[in-house]
Design a protein around this ligand. Structure first.
Ligand SMILES: *Cc1c(COP(=O)(O)O)cnc(C)c1O
Length: 387
């Protein structure tokens, strides 16, 4: 019996055909397929603009720059996320702080955010950007965060790396109703993949234009954007110090093919989650709680150990599962615990819910091609490990 990973992609013949078609075409990059993929994702989500990039990390960076984040500014996010959610601020020379999580959803808590905003307001150091992360695919309480954004004047970037295909208040995540920009990741463990890749969605034409410029060296060939007059048909202008963060045609072709199966994937993840819910009911675990306002993309199925009812430690349960070939994981080590972040001088005591989460959380295998037999093996291993 082979090991069961915590997540994996599915590549079918239509994906391979789409990629091969591009390989045989005139353009490997900067051709027609990237714009087609952008239009498809924008239409699926109900957003006006989409800018595809080589990763969600790049998209987060460019979104921060497009929203004017600069040295001296603050960006706040949740500590229970991948480091890219906060590194984007450091890449802009800005400062980072964290807001504790909600004890039920493990998402950034709007109550904790409001308390922190009041204090920051009094001290004159309000954030310029707040980055809510839809952990495991479950949408944050965006309406509450948006209300605070209005009151305190900050921008919102949704890090929806886990959440394509999910819904909030009945509408697709990514429509940017309550945010300036929404980011998706297409890394192979995420819901659909382009190998590496990410995208930034927005309803603001000016932000979209700046993101498109910054992902491609800050260079434009569009006459209406140019500062000077054209010298001739060869002419282009560099207007900003940008990057090469472009997505290739090959990646976009894979994404266009994968998005056809997005709804099926999320449905399948929900079926697996309901099955886990039933099979794990009697164990001393806290199972994922789903807020009624959201329909999760269910990128992850995260359980928490009720340590008071188990005679083993978190580490013992985790190791026992790994030894049985179950590729469990922990999403995530709170970012303020990372050595690189220690110099920020953040205190663990300020994040009691993130700390409690970190002591107990385990991500179980969850991906659309996980079979019921494999899921039964995970459940059996967990029964042995956690009883
Ligand atoms: C995966 C992930 C990212 C980074 O995505 P890449 O496409 O790998 O750069 C950012 N934030 C979160 C929450 C993620 O899970």
């Amino acid at each position: 019996m082979g090991g069961i990973p915590y997540g994996r992609q599915e590549i079918l013949q239509p994906d391979i055909d789409a990629v091969v078609d591009v390989l045989r075409s005139d353009f490997l990059t900067q051709g027609p397929v990237v714009p087609a993929f952008e239009a498809k994702v924008a239409a699926y989500c109900g957003a006006s603009h989409a800018s595809a990039m080589n990763s969600a990390t790049s998209a987060l960076h460019v979104a921060c720059l497009a929203l004017g984040l600069k040295p001296g500014d603050w960006l706040w996010t949740t500590p229970v996320t991948f480091v890219a959610s906060s590194n984007c601020a450091l890449h802009c020379g800005a400062k980072v702080d964290f807001v504790d999580v909600d004890p039920r959803t493990y998402n950034l808590s709007p109550d904790a955010l409001e308390r922190k905003l009041r204090t920051a307001n009094a001290a004159g150091c309000l954030p310029k950007i707040v980055v809510p992360v839809h952990l495991a695919g479950q949408p944050c309480d965006m309406e509450a965060i948006y209300r605070l954004a209005r009151e305190y004047g900050f921008h919102v970037i949704e890090d929806a790396s886990h959440a394509i295909g999910g819904r909030y208040q009945g509408e697709p995540i990514g429509n940017c109703r309550y945010s300036d920009v929404t980011i998706f990741s297409f890394h192979p463990v995420k819901i659909i993949t382009t190998a590496e890749g990410g995208i930034a969605l927005t309803n603001d034409a000016g932000i979209a234009e700046r993101m498109n410029l910054l992902r491609s060296h800050g260079i434009t060939r569009e006459p209406q954007l140019m500062a000077g007059g054209s010298d001739g048909p060869w002419y282009y202008e560099q207007l900003e110090l940008g990057y090469n963060y472009r997505m290739t045609e090959v990646q976009a072709a894979l994404g266009l093919s994968q998005i056809e199966r997005l709804d099926d994937y999320v449905t399948r993840r929900h079926k697996l989650a309901r099955r886990y819910d039933d099979l794990l009911e009697d164990l001393p675990l806290t199972l994922p709680w789903q807020h009624p306002d959201g329909y999760s993309g269910l990128h992850l199925y995260i359980v928490r150990l009720n340590l008071g009812e188990i005679r083993k430690t978190h580490r013992e349960v985790f190791s026992s599962l790994r030894e049985q070939g179950i590729g469990v994981n922990l999403h995530y080590i709170p970012i303020y615990r990372q050595p690189y972040y220690e110099k920020l001088g953040l205190r663990r005591e300020d994040f009691p819910h993130a700390e409690a989460y970190y002591r107990e959380a385990i991500s179980l295998p969850m991906y659309p091609t996980l079979t019921e037999e494999e899921q039964d093996r995970v459940v059996k291993a967990l029964h042995e490990a956690a009883s």
